[in-house]
Design a protein around this ligand. Structure first.
Ligand code: PLP
Length: 397
């Protein structure tokens, strides 16, 4: 920059790029820039026109988020991934763009995350969107729903929130495809450590990056992972609807992703201990955990999830009342009573007042989510300390 410029100009223009020098950083650079300078109008035109690779504007994609997208595509064995500001933004973009916007019908698992369920219900109410809910573990019911009317998308959670029902991805993929529908799998609870849905026939994988993939409770994000056509449609949505994941969040998720395998394996091991322990506890009526022989899809989980069963354990208190659940939550000392999952820290959630608050109580109960249902996201602390904390809290119930 010209030294003859005045101070007010020099401070504004200072340090716009990094000085050259040997040494590649061992962590990827956080490129916290909304816009890019091409130093040539012709080059800018080529980038904006898609004839040259490059970056246009924050909403269109940035280098740090692109690095995360490449990593996610590679981990899922997919052609591409597009990142969104949250898991819900990813779900909304995919289900709307790839099914509902074209007048297509969606068959969705009934016991999905409460936020997803209430989004679908709102769309059905406000837009008359054709969305039918089914029990995804009842394949005859899924097939009946698919046969009822032409369907664009079968929408499933690999391990459902919060009851941890396990979906048979290969079987559901062939059912969906036989009826001309795509299969979209929300694999947030499974992560690529337990499951690669595309290898089993799914068309698209969705993740809330907020959960295990980041794992540190300090960033939100979502991703749609799939083929080139889905990526084009999703990219168009981030550009026009404006929910593209900003670079700082992407940088945090990349940081978290590095320890995904270590964290998830430890959490799965501890979760199995917690599930076995709670199963014998007098104050517990029922434990939902795919690693227990009592789980209805235990055999499927054993076959499909690579010998791991996830880091979440859900259980029903014997005293299935809100008062008992509150006493339990208030007595926890190590675990946080918090509405998230997949973090380093143990977190307990009460679906009736949080994740599934907006699902009508009778429907919630019909699905099996009662007043005494609690969900534990097991952290990486010493498992003995987690068990001690849970026991002490159950003592006072
Ligand atoms: N999918 C599942 C299975 C979830 O549990 C959640 C949130 O809990 C979401 C999607 C939504 O993710 P986000 O909170 O990042 O929007």
């Amino acid at each position: 920059m010209g030294k003859d410029r005045r101070l007010a100009t020099r401070v504004v223009r200072a340090a716009r790029s990094l000085p050259a020098g040997e040494g590649v950083p061992v962590t990827p650079p956080l490129v916290q820039s909304v816009a890019f300078d091409y130093r040539s109008a012709a080059r800018q035109d080529a980038v904006f026109g898609g004839e040259a690779t490059g970056y246009v504007y924050g909403r269109y994609g940035t280098p740090t988020t692109a690095a995360l997208e490449e990593a996610l595509a590679e981990l899922e064995g997919a052609g591409s991934a597009v990142c969104f500001t949250s898991g819900m933004a990813a779900i909304a973009a995919y289900v709307d763009a790839c099914a509902l916007a074209g007048g297509g019908r969606v068959v969705a698992q009934e016991d999905v995350y409460g936020g997803t369920r209430s989004l679908f219900e709102r769309w059905a109410r406000e837009r008359r969107a054709a969305i039918t809910f089914v029990d995804a573990t009842d394949h005859a019911a899924v097939e009946r729903a698919l046969r009822d009317a032409p369907t664009a998308l079968l929408y499933i959670e690999a391990i459902a929130n919060p009851l941890l029902r396990v979906a048979d991805v290969a079987e559901l993929a062939s059912l969906a495809h036989a009826h001309g529908a795509k299969l979209g799998i929300d694999a947030t609870f499974a992560t690529p450590v337990l499951l690669r849905p595309l290898a089993l026939g799914a068309d698209v994988v969705i993740h809330s990056l907020t959960k295990y993939l980041n794992g540190h409770g300090d960033a939100m994000g979502g991703a749609v992972v799939g083929g080139a056509e889905v990526a084009r449609t999703m990219r168009d949505r981030t550009i026009s609807d404006g929910a593209h994941l900003p670079p700082h969040e992407a940088w945090l998720v990349i940081r978290g992703l590095r320890t995904l395998d270590l964290r998830v394996r430890r959490q799965c091991g501890s979760a199995l201990l917690v599930a076995r322990h709670l199963e014998t506890h007098a104050k517990v009526a029922r434990v939902h955990y795919p690693g227990l022989a009592s789980h209805p899809q235990h055999e499927l989980a054993t076959r499909q999830l690579g010998g791991l069963f996830g880091g979440i354990v859900t259980f029903d208190l014997a005293d299935a009342t809100k008062a008992a659940a509150f006493r339990f939550l208030d007595a926890l000392e190590l675990a946080a009573s918090a509405t998230t999952l997949g973090d380093l820290y143990t977190e307990v959630l009460y679906p009736a007042i949080s994740s599934h608050r907006r699902v009508e109580a009778p429907e919630r109960r019909r699905m099996g989510i009662g007043e005494g249902t609690l969900r534990i996201s097991v952290g990486i602390e010493d498992p003995e300390d987690i068990l001690t904390d849970l026991d002490a809290a159950l003592e006072g119930v």
